[in-house]
Design a protein around this ligand. Structure first.
Ligand code: UDP
Length: 477
């Protein structure tokens, strides 16, 4: 086991000016100026447990690129761990979402596993840190590092990207497990008010919602012909690419989709059919089985639409042992459907060797959608929801957690009770049956993201937090 340094190429933050309104652009220039003044020679470390797969890795890749582009020394390291550590942290993850996970609860043995891995990671991380550095630790896998990093003289911020509206006993048990560590952080960041744990010093808590990168391979503009070419090249649509399946990498260099996706026994998505699409990790909390059931029972009999469930190749996401299991369950469910319906269900596992290539495929799939689904049963904040909205697609989403603030029900999409399969299907059918309304909702959705969920707002909130942290002693370590 060892720490991995994730290299991040700098990207000039001035790129944002082309998509920001004049007032937003002025604010962003001010953010950059303040950040440079404040942080100067300090290193801003980001520590999490995976370099790819999932929302946190996605955001770090983007925010670090612009921070480095602005001239700051922001770095990213990924902690190590063995399967027993990930079993414990996956359980904690599920419990913070209010679910039992594998149901084993958390006991002394788990504490041992957690502490042992934490000590090993700390041994490698601490020597890299200088007094006065800022260390942003992300999510439960890194909470144990708070003490060692603080003792090294750094300013420690722990950010929890997970949470639920109302904590239950599972959530509280996970808090109890982590609180002894978390209390030691100088600042704590949560996504939403509802996620803040009991027992924390409120004066240390800051709320910062996530953001998406408008220029990443995943979210950049993409012509329809390129969407088709990428889908064909990845073997997700029949036929051969009519033009090169290309995209632009974050550093401005050209990228091309080369690797095929796999389809878990399902067919490619025919060109020209209507598509309801959910892109998510293969995770029970995203409820791909529920989406499939709702489609099979209620959407398929009333429309000609097809369903796509797409997610990362399950070998690739090292800290998520459930992925392969969930995908095979969904595959079995599809295989059990009558052929006329099963043939309209497509399960796409996307190559993850090259994060940008994967992003370009996600981009093409989301743009291929007439309606995007995100029927999560729990969600701190749905990055996939923001990504779909930025692409001007209407979303039918579970009315849970942060999604409720992201989607304005009836205006930028529909919010439904995720356990009510009929309600989910009815909302999807309404949009599939009224393309004009779907387009109008999509257009509003894009404006909402421009205002609230792009990098400049996110970076501004970080700079404001660091100003508070360094406040009186700015300039001194
Ligand atoms: N994602 C991806 N490739 C895939 C499937 C998903 O890059 O094959 C991305 C997705 O586009 C989004 C992130 O993984 O950016 C998932 O973030 P979200 O907040 O929706 O859920 P999380 O995985 O963090 O629970």
């Amino acid at each position: 086991m060892s720490l991995t340094h994730v290299p991040v190429a700098p990207v000039p933050p001035e790129r944002f000016m082309e998509i920001l309104g004049p007032q937003q652009a002025d604010e962003f220039r001010d953010t950059i100026r303040r950040g440079l003044e404040l942080l100067d020679s300090r290193v801003i470390w980001n520590v999490n447990s995976t370099a790819q797969g999932g929302g946190v890795a996605e955001m770090l890749a983007s925010l670090l690129a612009y921070t480095r582009g602005a001239g700051l020394d922001a770095r990213w390291v990924v902690t190590g761990g063995d399967p027993s550590f990930y079993r414990v942290t996956k359980r904690i993850h599920n419990m913070l979402h209010g679910f039992p996970g594998d149901g084993r609860g958390l006991d002394e043995k788990d504490l041992d596993v957690y502490d042992r891995t934490t000590e090993e990671n700390a041994r490698e991380l601490v020597p890299l840190i200088s007094p006065g550095d800022i260390v942003l630790l992300h999510d439960p896998q890194t909470a144990g590092l708070i003490g060692p990093v603080r003792d090294a003289g750094a300013h420690v911020v722990w950010r929890c990207h997970i949470g639920v509206d109302t904590a239950n006993d599972h959530g509280r048990a996970a808090w109890d497990f982590l609180l002894p560590h978390v209390r030691g952080a100088e600042a704590l960041v949560f996504t939403r008010e509802a996620h803040i744990w009991d027992g924390l010093d409120r004066s240390r808590v800051t709320l910062i919602p996530p953001s998406i990168d408008a220029f990443s391979a995943k979210n950049q503009e993409m012509r329809d012909a390129v969407v088709n070419a990428i889908l064909c090249k990845a073997r997700l649509q029949p036929g051969h690419p009519a033009e090169p399946p290309v995209f632009v990498r974050r550093d401005g260099s050209p990228g091309r989709v080369d690797r095929p996706a796999t389809r878990a026994g399902s067919h490619p998505l025919p060109a020209g059919v209507q598509a309801l699409i959910q892109v998510s990790r293969w995770d029970r909390l995203k409820d791909p089985e529920g989406v499939l059931e709702a489609f099979a029972s209620h959407v398929a009999p009333r429309s000609d639409a097809h369903l796509v469930l797409a997610g990362p190749s399950t070998e690739a996401v090292a800290d998520d042992p459930e992925g392969a299991e969930v995908l095979s369950e969904v595959g079995r469910l599809r295989a059990s459907l009558p052929r006329s319906v099963g043939d309209r269900v497509h399960l796409f596992s996307l190559p993850m060797e090259d994060v940008a290539e994967n992003g370009a495929i996600v981009n093409a799939i989301q743009r291929r959608a007439d309606v995007i689904a995100q029927k999560s049963v729990a969600e701190g904040f749905g990055l996939t929801v923001a990504e779909a909205m930025w692409k001007a697609r209407p979303v039918v989403a579970g009315a849970v957690g942060g999604i409720r603030e992201q989607v304005i029900d009836g205006e930028t999409g529909f919010l439904v009770d995720p356990l009510d399969l009929e309600a989910f299907a009815a909302a999807a059918l309404e949009l599939l049956g009224d393309p004009e309304r779907a387009i109008a909702m999509g257009a509003r959705a894009r404006e909402e993201v421009r205002e609230r969920y792009l990098g400049p707002r996110h970076l501004r909130q970080y700079v404001e937090l660091f100003e508070r942290l360094l406040g009186a002693g700015a300039g001194e370590p």
